[in-house]
Design a protein around this ligand. Structure first.
Ligand code: HEM
Ligand code: HEM
Length: 173
């Protein structure tokens, strides 16, 4: 089923969720630049895709949010006791997925580096832009905050599956 239902997420939501989870995992490897200044296999092979994949993630999150809006009346039901907390948690994950690429792009424009994704020039190199660099300085703290959120999110998914033994994880698989 393409669409979500009260029982489970549909194929479109699942594809967005797992493809983006994998690409975000890839993006977080950028923390590896803190080890030996990125002079290792991960830093030299996977991390150079950071700007291209980040830009792709911006397109994906916009499409995903539009999809979520169309599905909002037919998504899996949450336990009423924790529904608000779950909504807030997922909301923060969505906010993180939107703010990471936006602030990342601000790092590039603020530094005057321009923006090129997959070899395609989107913004040419230019002068430094102080206000953009200021917004860009939020990129790293947001990356740490998103990492904590993701760890909590995965922890909750595994708790549902192995401790409560309910269908929360299965409906996203
Ligand atoms: C979901 C998307 C993204 C995630 C999860 C992400 C994650 C990260 C992480 C974890 C770091 C390392 C921060 C640190 O060591 O403190 C980083 C740094 C960086 N990212 Fe991203 N990023 C994303 C998108 C982007 C985009 C779209 C761009 C540019 C267009 C970008 C440009 C940069 C740059 C230039 C740095 C190094 C400068 C800095 O640390 O402020 N990122 N990012
Ligand atoms: C191993 C990694 C992950 C696991 C096991 C996992 C598991 C799940 C599960 C079971 C749900 C359904 C929860 C429910 O119905 O209440 C869910 C939903 C969700 N997950 Fe994850 N997740 C993972 C990674 C991520 C990552 C990296 C992000 C984004 C940064 C993310 C963002 C979301 C969001 C926003 C939802 C709400 C439903 C939607 O609209 O897609 N997840 N996840």
């Amino acid at each position: 089923m393409k669409h979500d239902s009260k029982e489970r997420y549909g194929s479109v939501s699942k594809t967005f969720h797992w493809l983006m989870a994998a690409l975000i995992g890839w993006q977080l490897l950028k923390f590896g630049d803190r080890i030996a200044e990125g002079e290792h296999w991960v830093g030299e092979t996977l991390v150079p895709w950071h700007v291209s994949i980040g830009t792709l993630l911006l397109v994906m999150i916009v499409l995903r949010l539009v999809w979520v809006m169309t599905q909002r009346h037919q998504r899996p039901a949450q336990d009423p006791a924790t529904a608000r907390l779950v909504k807030a948690g997922h909301g923060l994950l969505f906010a993180g997925m939107l703010l990471m690429p936006l602030t990342g792009i601000m790092v590039m424009l603020g530094g005057g580096y321009g923006l090129t994704a997959f070899g395609l020039e989107i913004f040419a190199k230019g002068d430094e832009i102080a206000w953009a660099a200021t917004i860009g300085s939020l990129h790293s703290p947001l990356a740490w905050a998103l990492t904590v959120l993701i760890i909590g999110h995965i922890g909750m998914a595994l708790t549902h599956h192995f401790v409560h033994r309910d269908d929360t994880l299965k409906r996203m698989l």
